[in-house]
Design a protein. Structure first.
Length: 160
């Protein structure tokens, strides 16, 4: 924070959606909105320095492969509640494919409110696909982010 009370915004961090709309306004409508979204919101275009994106607004325009890549590879760039909104836009087969391809991420998401009650059921479904490293990651996640923070996740921990 500067002395005059103004906050300096790091120019290297920007939300991809802001870049998208800024470019669209500067260049005009030479391409369809769907084409621009497919180009601008592809996972490779998102950088680690970007501010987390509300991807659910654009999610329906993305290909299934792009959706999957986003949710698996850019998890740190997506708001947690927005992740759930994206799941609601997927059909059951697409959700299962996502969960099966990365069971640890799916289970960590299921630990968050309001999905805790589904955690054990999902864990049983994904058990055959879990590697030892996944199991360790999930246990660490429960301990560090829930039990040590004072949340009552002992039942989920015991059932694992």
């Amino acid at each position: 924070m500067k002395a005059n009370g103004m906050v300096h915004i790091n120019e290297r961090q920007i939300n991809t959606a802001v870049s998208f709309w800024t470019k669209l306004m500067k260049e005009g409508g030479t391409k369809t909105l769907e084409e621009l979204i497919k180009h601008y919101f592809r996972p490779a275009f998102i950088r680690y320095l970007d501010i987390p994106l509300r991807i659910s607004s654009y999610f329906r325009f993305l290909s299934k492969q792009c959706r999957r890549d986003y949710l698996l590879n850019n998890n740190y760039l997506i708001h947690k509640d927005d992740f759930r909104l994206c799941l609601y836009q997927m059909d059951e087969a697409e959700r299962l494919e996502l969960f099966h391809s990365n069971p640890a991420t799916a289970l960590k998401q299921a630990l968050m409110w309001p999905f805790q009650s589904l955690f054990i059921e999902l864990a049983k479904e994904l058990l055959k696909r879990l590697q030892l490293a996944d199991f360790t990651t999930i246990l660490d996640h429960i301990l560090i982010y829930y039990i040590m923070d004072g949340y009552d996740y002992y039942d989920q921990f015991r059932e694992l």
